[in-house]
Design a protein around this ligand. Sequence first.
Ligand code: GAR
Length: 193
Amino acid sequence: MRVVILGSGRGSNAEAILLAQQAGKLGRARIVAVFTDKPDAGILAMGARFGVPAAFIDPAPFKTKLEGEGEVRFIAAVRGAQADLVVLAGFMRVIKPGFLNAFAGKIINLHPSLLPSFPGLDGIGQAFRRGVKVTGCTVHGVTVEVDGGPILDQTVVGVEAGDTLETLAAKVHAAEHALLPAVIARLSEPTSA
Ligand code: GAR
């Protein structure tokens, strides 16, 4: 299963996926490319560190969504990589029907809350400020509804009395780093049905 990772940030989840692959824990999945919409994203270094092609792809003309010429460029890059699965690991853009239809049923997203609670930006901060006692992370299929697609798996993270936003974020990120590679590995195995 050829996997492309899309991300916009520091790339700690890309790192976790690539470390899992290195450790032989990614099932039949193979990371074939890392693409980003930010020219200075840390995720670019993750590709280089693990010997996986990594590239910035110009997302213009829009700032928060992937549509128009930028979308066409991303579709071409992911097609070029012959991706069987597209993993959004901190890709901070709204995916529109052009990209969705090009890879229908093949896109998954990681979100730092227990969806359907706290969709959108800053899922960890939203949960912390709301005072929930449990939060976590979710991997779900991507549809036109932002953070609304079918839930594939979740990990629960407890919020302790002494937690700050920083300590909670560290716990959620640690949970993400285990969950996302595990889901990719599972999706790569042939179904037994
Ligand atoms: C992760 O916490 C991920 O859940 C979040 O961005 C972070 C990326 O971190 N994604 C979203 O909030 C998507 N709505 P990383 O760049 O270190 O992997």
